[in-house]
Every structure is written in structure tokens, then in C-alpha cells.
Write a protein of this length. Structure first.
Lengths: 329, 335
């Protein structure tokens, strides 16, 4: 049991959604499926911060939901501290698990109850996970300091509609951190916010991380933001991991053709930048398509015959710890 | 020659309880074949400004002062009927925010194209379909897909359809409101390249409204930076990005994530924009500005140089301020 140093482990995890569209498809048994996550394996060590990067529809949010045990995987196992989470049945153990893991949602306007005051919002996790009542005030004030909300008293009695987007996202952050979790999953936490406040939230997140030393998964479509938060980046394409490595390496020396295109496509705030066309064709295909070989082969400029017939494995190529799934990397 | 000129335009949203001064004395010029970016955060008035050119602001929006000229003709003096007849779609067309959702889900694309081409363009149905094919070809979509419904297209494709519609009647100006915001980076890049290509091919003038500095850096020639309803700085993209004179522009450049830089942190601008129902007297940025001085309580005077304009009392000290603005300690007050 207790043999690994990994806090989270994915073992060939898949999650398929049935999307039968009509009676004929259901009766004929040829159910089309969206393979939102397919055969994904990775390990995350204690204290690491990992960015999960990909375009919309690549399965990154499904992955987050799997980690949170909000979805059951179709195949494979997910271990959190060596416990297989989707086999948890005992209520006490589930609560233990929840105490260690917290989630930060994308849209702060939608993820806070409008009828709760800020104080009630922050008390909610404490109450439902059974923390001691005497500690409440102390926990609230320390977490408010952590997310840099000064004049606490002023905020605690306000309601969500009275705060700005940036302040709300700090509250969402505070609600996640108040129970001192060991693991935090953040799903695009700043994509709804304006540029000038984004930086503040990311800095608060980073600072909290170094103080509390939690492990973090940061889901984003923006490589430029991942760079500021994560030391390791996993790139996903159509439900599979195509590249996994240290963020700097992934940006400077991308191995997979998809990552190469992605890095090239990220706009930068400079005038002198290349306008050459991207080395990638077409659009993301229909998610129900079945693949024999590499999923990216249709759009890949380097694709050869082997790519259409044989699915490449995620293997270490180039630097240590820098893995990619490509025949020609 | 400038094809579009906005002069001293102020737009207020009037309600029973308050008046929100959404746009305040905005002036800008758009040259023929130019791609102008309007950049700013949410609520800075960039969309209101863009929509006023099309005359599609909601009723509560009152144009308080100013004039919009299209090739010298004052648009705000034209009656609504004449404006719709002569300008909308024909001279100036508009790609609304989230154009993807602005397509009617129950009509085929071809029927939606016909609506513009037959009703506004007075083409016969046959000519309209022919023109639709031409347009689809121009924006790079297979003409077989004309008979599809909007839900059968991906986000990037819908955006291309919206661009095709905007081009339907050969307008001279396209106003695009956040055309790439909801798209993935790769698709975003393709759409931006399309805009650039069309601009060159058709000699279009384009106004691109966005919150994304890097989009502006990628395709625009000129940029207007808006803050709290005012154009605080305007000029060629290179000089705005590299030698900003307004502290807000400096802060915005700092706060923007940059894949190529080696910094480990982003520098935020503390605080939030003022409530435009009660804008502060004097400079509207002074409460968040690290360089504010006493004089900022007075309304700053807009200063013009040959190609740039800026509204800040300390614009002539901008060299020193630029150096200061690169330091983290300038923007973050330590407790």
C-alpha cells in the first residue's frame, strides 16, 4: 500500500460519455461515444504544481471532475495518497478525502451563493466538514489575510453582488484554502477576470501555495498563464496526453507537433512577432471519431503512415522528465 | 484620408436614479485600410463606443455631445431611416460580441445570408446565393456548408460565418467587438490572420475592440487605450507598447502574461475602476495610479504629438515613469 511518494496517481484512466442521438443508434448498439479522457496515466508528487493545458473539448475539465470524484471513470484507477478514490464508500473516509482536496471554479460570479454573506460562504466548508467551532474566527481571519483582503470586517458582512470580480475570486480562493487542503484543483481561475486583476489573483495563489505547501493542479487554455503558476505542464489533445514535462522545457523546446503549434499560436504583447502561418491544418475533429493511430495525425504536418496505424505511447524523449506521445519526436 | 472620424463623443446611460458616463469626450480617426484596436478592461466603454458608430446602442444610451463623420458626412445628423438605408451593412458593418451566438439557431446559414443580401442588398435570390458562395470562399469555408444550421459549426467556423455576413454588402468599415475572445489560441490565430488578409485584399478599414493587448500587438497598426470611459492614450502600436506615456498603459503592459519573458510574477494594478455614475474629479485613474500627484485632482489636458496623444499631467516625464513602472514595488504597496 504505502509504497509511493505520489500524492495523486492516474492509472490508465478513461472516461467515455454516451452520446446516442437517435433511437436507431441506441437499438443498433453502435453507440457513439465521446472519449473525453482516454487512457490517461500520470503521477503527481507532493508539493508539485502541474498545469493542464488544452483547447476546449480536450477533456481537461473532465479530468478535474475525475480527480474530485464527481465522476466515476469508465476504466482505470485513480489513487489519492494510495487510496483508490472511486471505491470509497464509508462516509468518514469520504469526508477525510474532501478535507484534503479543494476546488477553485472558473466563474466566481456563479460559484458563490448570492444569498449568503461572505462570512457564511467561508463558514460553509468548516461546518460541513466538521471543524471545531472555536477555531472558526481564527481560521477566517488568517485565510482573509492570506488572500490579501484587508479590512476583513467590512467584507465579511457583505454579499457577493457587492464585490467586484477580483474580490469575488479572492473569496473563492479563500473558501478553498480555509481548511488548509493538501491538494487544490483550479479550473481556469482567472479566465473571467480582467487583465489588471488577474495578476493579483495569480500572485495570491502562488503566495498561498508557497506558504501552505499544497499540491496544485491548474487547468487552463493559456500557456502564458500556466507559465507563471506551474513548474510542470501536461498538454492534452482530444482526451489524451500528448506532452508532459517541465513548463520551461515545454515552452522553449516543445516536442509534440501539437504543442509546437500551440506555443507558436500564443499571442505575445510585442510588436515584432512572427506572422508566419501555423504548422497545423484544419480544426479539432468531431469528438466521437474513432482513431486507430495518433489522434493528431490528420492535422499534423509530419504525419507518416505509421501515425495513422499505430498510436504512439507517452515516452521520455529529450530531457529527463520530458515525455511526449509522438513517433517522430 | 480618414474614412471615419469621431469627434468629442460623449455617451451617457441615463436611468431614473443615476447617469452613467460611459464614454467621455472620445475622439479618434480611422484611416482607409487601417486596423485600429480599441483596448480596455470590461466596463471601460469600448463596446459602447463601437456600437455608437453602428447606431445600435440601447435606448438608455444618450449621445450627449460630439459627432461621428463617415467620409465627412455627419452620421448623427442623419435620420435613423436614412442611416439604416444608406450606411448600415452597406458602408459600415458590425460583428457583435460573441458573434457565435448571434446566429439564429432555427434558420439555415444560407437563409440568414439571404436576409441581408435580399432585403438590404436588393439582390435576387439567385444572385444572393451566388454572392453567399463567393463570401464563403473568401472566408475559407466549404460552400457545401451553406445549407447547414449554426449548431453544426464549430466556434471558429461560426466566427467565419459572422465575418462573411459582415462582408456581404461590401462595406468599407468593419467593427468587430471581441471577435476572438471565446476562441482557442490556434483558432484565434487563424481568425486574426483572416482579418489581416481581408483587410489587404478588400482595402477594408477595421476597428477591433478587445481586452487583449497581445491581439492588438499581433495585427493592429494603431491602438486606442480606454480607461473608465476615456481614451487615455492613442497612437501607433509599437510606441504604445514600448514607450507608453500613460501610467495605465504601463500597468496594463506589466500585467499582461508574456510567454517570452523570464519574469516569475505578474504585476497587478491594485484596486478597481471607478463607478462611472460618480466618476472622480480630475484624472479618472488617479486612485489606482502609483505616480499620482496633487495636480491629478484637476482634469488633465490632452497632449498631442505628431502621431500620439495622451491624457496625463506627467506625460512629459514618461521616460522616468517607464523605468519606475517596471519595478514591482511601484505597484504593490507592502503592508
Amino acid at each position: 500500500m504505502n509504497n509511493s511518494k505520489f500524492i495523486l496517481e492516474f492509472n490508465n484512466v478513461s472516461k467515455f460519455y454516451d452520446v446516442s442521438r437517435n433511437l436507431k443508434e441506441i437499438l443498433s448498439g453502435t453507440k457513439p461515444q465521446v472519449k473525453a479522457v482516454e487512457n490517461v496515466s500520470f503521477q503527481i508528487s507532493q508539493g508539485e504544481s502541474v498545469g493542464i493545458l488544452g483547447e476546449s473539448g480536450c477533456g481537461k475539465t473532465t479530468l478535474a471532475k475525475l480527480i474530485l470524484n464527481l465522476l466515476k471513470p469508465t476504466q482505470g484507477q485513480i489513487f489519492f495518497e494510495d487510496i483508490e478514490i472511486n471505491k470509497l464508500t464509508e462516509r468518514k473516509k469520504i469526508i477525510d478525502y474532501k478535507k484534503k482536496l479543494q476546488f477553485i471554479f472558473q466563474n466566481p460570479y456563479d460559484s458563490l451563493n448570492p444569498r449568503f454573506s461572505i462570512k457564511e460562504i467561508l463558514l460553509e466548508p468548516l461546518k460541513s466538514l466538521g471543524f471545531e467551532k472555536i477555531k472558526y474566527d481564527e481560521m477566517i481571519s488568517s485565510v482573509m489575510r492570506l488572500v490579501k483582503l484587508k479590512n476583513q470586517e467590512e467584507y465579511l458582512h457583505k454579499y457577493p453582488h457587492e464585490l467586484s470580480g477580483g474580490q469575488l475570486q479572492r473569496i473563492v480562493l479563500a473558501r478553498a484554502l480555509i481548511i488548509s487542503p493538501k491538494f487544490v484543483v483550479a479550473d481556469e481561475p482567472v479566465s473571467m477576470l480582467d487583465v489588471s486583476v488577474r495578476a493579483g489573483i495569480l500572485n495570491a495563489f502562488n503566495e498561498a501555495k508557497s506558504k501552505m505547501n499544497f499540491t496544485a493542479i491548474y487547468i487552463s487554455h493559456d500557456l502564458a498563464l500556466v507559465k507563471y503558476v506551474c513548474e510542470r505542464t501536461i498538454v492534452m489533445y482530444l482526451g489524451s496526453i500528448v506532452e508532459d514535462g517541465p513548463t520551461d522545457e515545454v515552452i522553449r523546446n516543445p516536442l509534440h507537433p501539437y504543442t509546437k503549434a500551440l506555443v507558436k499560436a500564443v499571442p505575445v504583447p510585442h510588436v515584432n512577432q512572427s506572422h508566419e502561418p501555423l504548422p497545423i491544418k484544419g480544426n479539432i475533429p468531431d469528438a466521437t471519431k474513432v482513431y486507430k493511430g495518433c489522434k493528431f495525425a490528420d492535422r499534423c504536418p509530419q504525419a507518416k503512415e505509421i501515425c495513422f496505424n499505430d498510436n504512439p505511447k507517452l515516452e521520455t524523449k529529450g530531457q529527463i522528465m520530458h515525455k511526449t506521445a509522438c513517433h517522430f519526436a | 484620408m480618414s474614412i471615419l472620424e469621431i469627434e468629442n463623443l460623449s455617451i451617457h446611460y441615463v436611468s431614473k436614479t443615476s447617469t452613467v458616463k460611459a464614454v467621455e469626450s472620445a475622439s479618434l480617426k480611422l484611416l482607409e485600410g487601417e486596423l485600429l484596436g480599441i483596448v480596455g478592461e470590461s466596463g471601460c466603454g469600448k463596446t459602447t463606443l463601437a456600437r455608437s458608430i453602428m447606431g445600435v446602442n440601447p435606448q438608455a444610451a444618450e449621445i450627449n455631445s460630439g459627432q461621428i463623420y463617415f467620409e465627412g458626412n455627419p452620421l448623427l445628423k442623419t435620420s435613423k431611416k436614412d442611416f439604416v438605408e444608406d450606411y448600415r451593412w452597406k458602408k459600415i458593418s458590425f460583428i457583435p460580441q460573441s458573434a457565435m451566438n448571434s446566429l439564429d439557431p432555427v434558420y439555415r446559414i444560407i437563409d440568414q445570408m439571404r436576409e441581408i443580401l435580399v432585403i438590404r442588398g436588393r439582390l435576387s435570390k439567385k444572385d444572393a446565393d451566388h454572392r453567399s458562395e463567393e463570401l464563403f470562399h473568401l472566408v475559407g469555408i466549404d460552400i457545401k456548408r451553406l445549407r447547414d444550421f449554426p449548431h453544426q459549426f464549430s466556434g471558429g467556423m461560426k466566427q467565419r460565418v459572422a465575418i462573411a455576413m459582415a462582408l456581404a454588402l461590401n462595406p468599407k468599415i468593419i467593427i468587430a467587438d471581441e471577435p476572438v475572445t471565446a476562441l482557442d489560441v490556434i483558432v484565434q490565430r487563424q481568425i486574426l490572420d483572416l482579418f489581416n488578409e481581408l483587410r489587404e485584399k478588400l482595402n477594408l478599414s477595421i476597428i477591433l475592440v478587445t481586452h487583449d493587448v497581445s491581439v492588438v500587438a499581433y495585427i493592429c497598426q494603431k491602438v486606442a487605450v480606454m480607461y473608465a470611459g476615456e481614451i487615455v492614450e492613442m497612437g501607433p502600436v509599437a510606441s504604445i507598447l514600448e514607450e507608453p506615456q500613460h501610467p495605465y498603459t504601463m500597468g496594463l503592459n506589466n500585467a499582461f502574461p508574456d510567454l517570452q519573458s523570464n519574469d516569475d510574477f505578474l504585476v497587478p494594478i491594485e484596486g478597481s475602476p471607478p463607478n462611472l455614475a460618480y466618476p472622480p474629479t480630475g484624472c479618472r485613474f488617479k486612485e489606482r495610479c502609483p505616480f499620482s500627484i496633487k495636480k491629478c485632482d484637476e482634469k488633465p489636458i490632452r497632449s498631442f504629438t505628431s502621431e500620439k496623444e495622451v491624457i496625463c499631467w506627467r506625460a512629459d516625464e514618461s521616460k522616468e515613469l517607464q523605468n519606475e513602472s517596471k519595478k514591482l514595488t511601484t505597484w504593490i504597496v507592502n503592508e
